[in-house]
Design a protein around this ligand. Structure first.
Ligand code: ASP
Length: 590
């Protein structure tokens, strides 16, 4: 072969290559020996092309092809021909053609793989991660990464077009608590001192506004040392944005325009803008969550008044101590008794003491474990709360303090919708949540925490309110029940920032030590500012319909934060520990 380099990629072969000579490079995805003929599915990142080795076309190539095994890397030269009618595969983009091989060069061989790459069976995720470079060879994984790349490119394009600068901020930084636990890195030059890895570039981006850069964005890597859930990773990527001389409406506008631009560019889809806005209180009272999934109804209703005169002791005691009873309605589902019992258990697993159900049997009588305690006109009374209440409806009630009861109902709502297949997976339902509380009380530490972060500006009139009544100028973007991003208008004067630190219970020394540089900067002409960050991994996860964030990250960690391929974190040599001044500390633990 004069050159082994490809002239066309496997998945891009089409009509125009017919009867032409081409060279393909790629991996052997499958090899089938049909007596005289050997068929190979050759794969590269664009797709698969069928190659035929026929001794009548080239005895030499046919001979070499006998040695081919899965994942050998080859170069094949030959002619593109039409497949016979019976062998056309309409499901494959290249299924109407095949390559008649004239020359074959094996560029590399491969050991038998630890798992097949054809998605023919479910593979243990640890094994996939251990051999991630093999796992990523699979076309669905390549598609995820390709879409990720295209989306990030379109983000950059949008922001640059709108006059934003992409500015990198440090990875080795100072511990700047925003709420999450941070990773720390020992310093070799300053024994006993540590850098922190940023949980977000928050303070840097605020300082970039102080620096007069006005419009900033960054595709930023962030680090949080937290217990991991299905859609979390210790390091993740976010689109980080900050702007000066703006208010909430500007951020909302920019992000909606960005998403509109990306959907048009990447999927040629027009999304419906603007997105609906709910206040935190509206979202929580109707959906029991600040990230409601709006793809289905099943709204939570306050049904406390239905039980105002109840004889049921446990409900009575909840209501007289200020608790509430909430309910959701499931329509057109004839639950069996064991299904209903299953839902009671589910509610308990969500933290409820119990779940009451009420439904009406065909003769119109009430069916419920507490039926005899319910008034005869319960259906009529409930009908005043639930519009169009039907005798085929089932009501599920949860009682308790407002927050817990509603959170349980919110989770029940999602679990029921999933179980009853009420969710259309092809819909993207975005909404904004505004008017968050500024603080939330933490029972454990007996102090307030910032609900967003401590740099978030309070809403007007805050000084006259108790901390738990204060509202934040913060907002979240939610899609299909997932928080896609969040941000806020920031405090830009020292006095307010100092007061918020005080309310958070930070001493003057702590404030000075952790945030002295920020308080100082706030005294040198800090412009009004605000921003937002969107989780890129989550966005790509939603857009690719992936079930886990790990499906859209090239080299993710396991749920225990472990890199099974590189085997990190790992033990370091004593000599290194010494260098970092860690010898005594780590030795004891070993
Ligand atoms: N730093 C925030 C976060 O990572 C986002 C923001 O307020 O802009 O959640």
């Amino acid at each position: 072969m004069s050159s082994w380099k490809r002239t066309v990629e496997c998945g891009l072969v089409d009509q125009k290559h017919l009867s032409k000579e081409v060279i393909l490079n790629g991996w052997v995805a499958r090899r089938r020996d049909h007596g005289g003929l050997i068929f190979v599915d050759l794969r590269d990142r664009t797709g698969i092309m069928q190659v035929v080795f026929n001794p009548d076309v080239s005895k030499e190539a046919h001979d070499i092809s006998q040695n081919l095994r899965s994942e050998f890397v080859v170069s094949v030269r030959g002619k593109i021909v039409k497949r016979s009618k019976e062998t056309v595969n309409e499901k494959m983009p290249t299924g109407r053609w095949e390559l008649f091989a004239e020359q074959l060069l094996i560029l590399n061989d491969s050991k038998p793989l630890p798992f097949p790459l054809d998605q023919s069976e479910a593979i243990d995720e640890e094994l996939r991660l251990r051999y991630r470079y093999l796992d990523l060879r699979q076309l669905p994984m390549q598609r995820n990464l390709a879409l990720r790349s295209t989306l990030i490119f379109s983000m950059r394009e949008f922001f640059v077009k709108h006059g934003f600068f992409e500015i990198e901020t440090p990875i080795l930084t100072k511990n700047t608590p925003e709420g999450a636990r941070e990773f720390i890195v020992p310093s070799r030059l300053h024994h006993g001192s540590f850098y922190s890895l940023p949980q977000s570039p928050q303070l840097y981006k605020q300082l970039l506004m102080a620096a007069g850069l006005e419009r900033y964005f960054q595709v930023a890597r962030c680090f949080r040392d937290e217990d991991l859930r299905a859609d979390r990773q210790p390091e993740f990527t976010q689109l980080d944005v900050e702007m000066s001389f703006i208010d909430e409406g500007d951020i909302k506008n920019v992000i909606e325009k960005l998403l509109g631009y990306m959907f048009k560019k990447v999927f040629n889809l027009d999304i419906k803008l603007p997105f609906p806005v709910l206040s935190y209180d509206q979202a929580f009272s109707a959906y029991g969550s600040d990230k409601p999934d709006l793809r289905f109804g099943m709204v939570i209703h306050d049904t406390t008044e239905l039980f105002a005169n109840t004889e049921l002791a446990f409900l009575k005691s909840i209501i007289t101590t200020g608790g509430k009873v909430g309910a959701i309605r499931v329509s057109n589902k004839a639950f069996t008794r064991s299904e209903l019992d299953g839902w009671v258990e589910k509610a308990q697993s969500f933290g409820a003491k119990g779940l009451l159900y009420v439904r009406w049997s065909e003769d119109g009588t009430l069916e419920s474990p507490v039926a005899k305690f319910l008034p005869e006109d319960f259906f009529e009374q409930a009908g005043k709360i639930f519009q169009d209440l039907k005798k085929t409806d089932t009501l599920f009630f949860v009682a308790g303090n407002y927050k817990n009861a509603w959170e349980t109902l919110g989770r029940m709502r999602c679990a029921l919708a999933e179980d009853l297949k009420l969710i259309n997976p092809n819909i993207l339902n975005f909404c904004w949540i505004f008017n968050f509380p500024l603080f939330e009380w933490d029972e454990q530490s007996k102090r307030y925490h910032a609900m967003h972060h401590p740099f978030t500006a309070p809403q007007q009139g805050w000084e006259q309110l108790q901390p738990d009544q204060m509202k934040a100028r913060a907002y979240d973007l939610v899609c299909n029940g997932m928080e896609l991003g969040g941000g806020s208008i920031r405090i830009h004067d020292r006095a307010t920032q100092q007061k918020v630190f005080d309310l958070l219970g930070l001493s003057k020394e702590e404030t000075q030590d952790k945030f002295g540089f920020l308080l100082e900067a706030l005294e040198y002409g800090f412009p009004p500012l605000g921003g937002i960050a969107l989780g890129i991994d989550r966005l790509v996860m939603i857009l690719t319909g992936s079930s886990s964030i790990r499906e859209v990250i090239a080299f993710p960690k396991t749920q225990r934060g472990y890199d099974v391929m590189m085997q990190a974190p790992s033990v370091v040599k004593d000599a290194n520990l010494k260098e970092y001044g860690l010898m005594g500390i780590v030795k004891e633990k070993k």
